[in-house]
Design a protein around this ligand. Structure first.
Ligand code: NDP
Length: 244
């Protein structure tokens, strides 16, 4: 089927990189459903995308039952699900020796467990359709590790393993699964970092500038669309050349 008319679900789509992913998928002609914990942002999201009727649904991606129910409801309403973008993610940074169990658990649950819940729920329908594309939002930190991000980098490395296994298990059903690994992108997640941390990050980027959410969103659009029909199990870095 052509990309026009596909149904896409984007977690963490209310702002930041997720919002730009929604913009790109809408531009590709898809119907987009936003799932985010930040219900209060939904009006702003609709305004930013110039789409007053954008379908936004409240979801805490750590809730396996709710995530499955939401995926089922989307399929019930639209008849199918073609694209799932597991984008919702958080950081709770701190050095390993001082990291408490709560910050470890929360980051793993929001970033990694959620991707499993969503992938399992969506692929049940995609198997029936015999088509689908799942995109997981990994990170440079998941490939290389990063001081102060034991929880975050473990979650993102886990997502890469999940991506590759999903790709292998579901390729026979024409379901693709890829990851995007952004580097240092200008969003609210990075805006809160101290200037010193930003300077260090910038000094590591060969292209010498932070990425924009749109840079990541364009890569997701490519992987969501039929242009990438023969690509699965890959991790596409969008990081200004940090990981080569
Ligand atoms: P933002 O914090 O700007 O946006 C993420 C959105 O996801 C927010 O609306 C956030 O809400 C929501 N969210 C958080 N927890 C949950 C949850 N439990 N259920 C549903 N939604 C939730 O992040 P970015 O746009 O910067 O990041 C998007 C993705 O890209 C993340 O996976 C991140 O790890 C990844 N990434 C980002 C990089 C960057 O430099 N910005 C670099 C590498 C990867 P809330 O405000 O409550 O947190």
């Amino acid at each position: 089927m052509a990309d026009n008319g596909k149904i896409a679900l984007v977690t963490g789509g209310a702002r930041g990189i997720g919002l730009e992913i929604c913009r790109e998928l809408l531009a590709a002609g898809m119907t987009v459903v936003v799932a985010d914990i930040q219900e209060k942002l939904f009006d702003q999201t609709r305004q930013a995308l110039g789409k007053a009727d954008l379908d936004c649904r409240k979801l805490d991606v750590t809730d396996s039952v709710a995530f499955t129910a939401l995926v089922d409801a989307v399929v019930e309403q639209y008849g199918r699900l073609d694209v799932l973008v597991n984008n919702a993610g958080i950081t709770r940074d701190g050095l390993l020796l001082r990291m408490d169990d709560g910050d470890w658990d929360l980051v793993l649950r929001v970033n990694l467990y959620s991707a499993f819940y969503g992938t399992r729920a969506a692929s049940k329908h995609m198997v029936r359709q015999k088509s689908g594309s799942i995109i997981n939002m990994a990170s440079y930190s998941g490939i290389e590790g990063n001081r102060g991000q034991a929880n975050y980098s473990a979650s993102k490395a886990g997502m890469i393993g999940l991506t590759k296994t999903t790709a292998k298990e579901l390729a026979g059903k024409n379901i693709r699964c890829n990851a995007v690994a952004p580097g240092f992108i200008a969003t609210e997640m990075t805006a809160v970092l101290p200037q010193q941390a930003k300077d260090i990050a910038l000094s590591l980027i060969p292209l010498k500038t932070m990425g924009q959410p749109q840079d990541v969103a364009r890569a997701v659009r490519f992987l969501a669309c039929d242009d990438s029909a023969y690509i699965t199990g890959q991790v596409l870095s969008v990081d200004g050349g940090m990981h080569t």
